[in-house]
Design a protein around this ligand. Structure first.
Ligand code: PLP
Length: 336
C-alpha cells in the first residue's frame, strides 16, 4: 500500500496488452502510428490544434515555458508551482528564463493585483514578462472555472501567454464534473500527466497551437527527448485518457474517507471539507513522532512519506479497505 504519490500506480492489464500489441515506427521520423494517433486524438479531445507526447511532466512544462519565452524573458508563477520548486530550476538553467514567483493564495490561485504589480515595465533594465503559468490541481486544490476565465482576461489585457501545468488537470475536471475542454479552453498551452492517477507507466502531453507545438518538438529533440518506437508508451497513454478517468472519482471519494478518518486521530488536524481531489494533508502535533510511525508502517508494507504537514495521495492501487487498514494501524500506533 503506497500513499506517497499517485505516480506509483501500476499499468493496468489493458495497458500491458496494448503495449504488447501496439504498431510502432520511428517517432523522430514521424513514423510511429500509435504516437501520431494519440497526438491527433489528444489535440481534438482537449480542444487544441496539436499535441506532443513527452517523457515526463517536467519535460512537458519545460517545453511549454521554452516555447513561449526566450533567453532573458520572464514567466509569472506561484511560489508553490511545481515548475518553480520541483523541476530543478530547468526554466532558468536550460531556458535562461527568469521565474517571477508570487505567493499563492490559500485556495491555490494567484492574486491578479500582485501579478499585475510583478509584470515588468518596457525598460531595458528588466527581463521581459511573457507568460503566466498556473497549476491545476495545485496541492490537490481545484482552481475555480471563473478564476480561469479571469486569468485569460488578465493575460489578454497584458499581452501575455497563459500556460497550465495540468499534471492533475483530470482530477480538477472530475471534481468539477466538467468536460476537460471547459478548463483547457482558457490556455495557450497545457500539460497533462498520463503517469499519475491515470495509471500509464510513463508519459505526458503538451497541448497547444501548431506553431507552438512545432517549436516544442524542436526543443524536445534538443533536450534528448526525441524517442524512437515510443508508440509502446503512447498505447498505454491513450488508455490512461480513455479508460482511467472514471477511476479518479473513486480516488476522490477515498481521499474523503481518509480525511474524515484522519481527523478523528489524536494529534492529526485535517479539514475534510477542504479536500477536493486525491490529496490529503494533515498537520501534526509536535508530540506525534511521525518518523517512527512511518518507519513502523513501512515494515508492515504501508508506505507514507513522513513530514509535517503530512501528505497522503489516493489512487487506483489503494482501495477503501486499504484506507480503513491504514487508519486502524495509525490509531493503534498513536495510542501505544
Ligand atoms: C508530477 C508533476 C509534474 C511533473 O511530472 P513528472 O512526470 O514527474 O516529471 C509537474 N507538475 C505537477 C503539478 C506535478 O504534480
Amino acid at each position: 500500500m503506497d500513499f506517497r504519490s499517485d505516480t506509483v500506480t501500476q499499468p493496468t492489464q489493458a495497458m500491458r496488452d496494448a503495449i504488447a500489441n501496439a504498431p510502432v515506427g520511428d517517432d523522430v521520423y514521424g513514423d510511429d502510428p500509435t504516437v501520431n494517433e494519440l497526438e491527433a486524438w489528444a489535440a481534438t479531445t482537449h480542444g487544441f490544434e496539436a499535441a506532443l507526447f513527452t517523457s515526463s511532466g517536467t519535460q512537458a512544462n519545460l517545453l511549454g515555458l521554452m516555447s513561449h519565452c526566450g533567453r532573458g524573458d520572464e514567466y509569472l508563477c506561484g511560489q508553490q508551482a511545481h515548475n518553480f520548486r520541483y523541476e530543478a530550476g530547468g526554466a532558468a538553467v536550460l531556458g535562461s528564463i527568469q521565474p517571477q514567483p508570487i505567493m499563492n493564495e490559500p485556495d491555490g490561485t494567484l492574486c491578479f493585483k500582485k501579478l499585475e504589480a510583478a509584470i515588468k515595465p518596457d525598460d531595458f533594465h528588466c527581463a521581459q514578462t511573457k507568460l503566466l503559468s498556473l497549476e491545476n490541481t495545485i496541492n490537490g486544490k481545484v482552481l475555480p472555472l471563473e478564476y480561469l476565465a479571469q486569468a485569460r482576461q488578465f493575460v489578454d489585457k497584458h499581452g501575455l501567454k497563459l500556460h497550465l501545468d495540468g499534471a492533475r488537470v483530470y482530477n480538477a475536471a472530475v471534481a468539477l464534473g466538467v468536460d476537460i475542454k471547459e478548463i483547457a479552453q482558457h490556455f495557450d498551452t497545457m500539460t497533462v500527466c498520463l503517469s499519475k492517477g491515470l495509471g500509464a507507466p510513463i508519459g505526458s502531453l503538451l497541448l497547444g497551437d501548431t506553431v507552438t507545438i512545432n517549436r516544442a518538438r524542436r526543443i524536445r529533440k534538443m533536450l534528448g527527448g526525441g524517442m524512437r518506437q515510443v508508440g509502446l508508451l503512447a498505447a498505454a497513454g491513450k488508455l490512461a485518457l480513455t479508460e482511467q478517468v472514471a477511476q479518479l472519482s473513486v480516488d476522490h471519494a477515498n481521499a474523503q474517507i481518509l480525511a474524515q478518518g484522519l481527523a478523528k486521530l489524536n494529534g492529526f488536524h485535517v479539514k475534510p471539507e477542504l479536500v477536493q481531489t486525491n490529496i490529503v494533508f494533515a498537520k501534526l502535533d509536535d508530540a506525534v513522532d511521525i518518523d517512527a510511525i512511518c518507519a513502523d508502517l513501512e515494515k508492515e508494507g504501508i508506505l507514507v512519506t513522513p513530514s509535517n504537514p503530512i501528505r497522503f495521495v489516493t489512487h487506483k492501487d489503494v482501495s477503501a479497505e486499504d484506507i480503513a487498514l491504514l487508519l486502524e494501524r495509525l490509531a493503534n500506533k498513536l495510542n501505544d
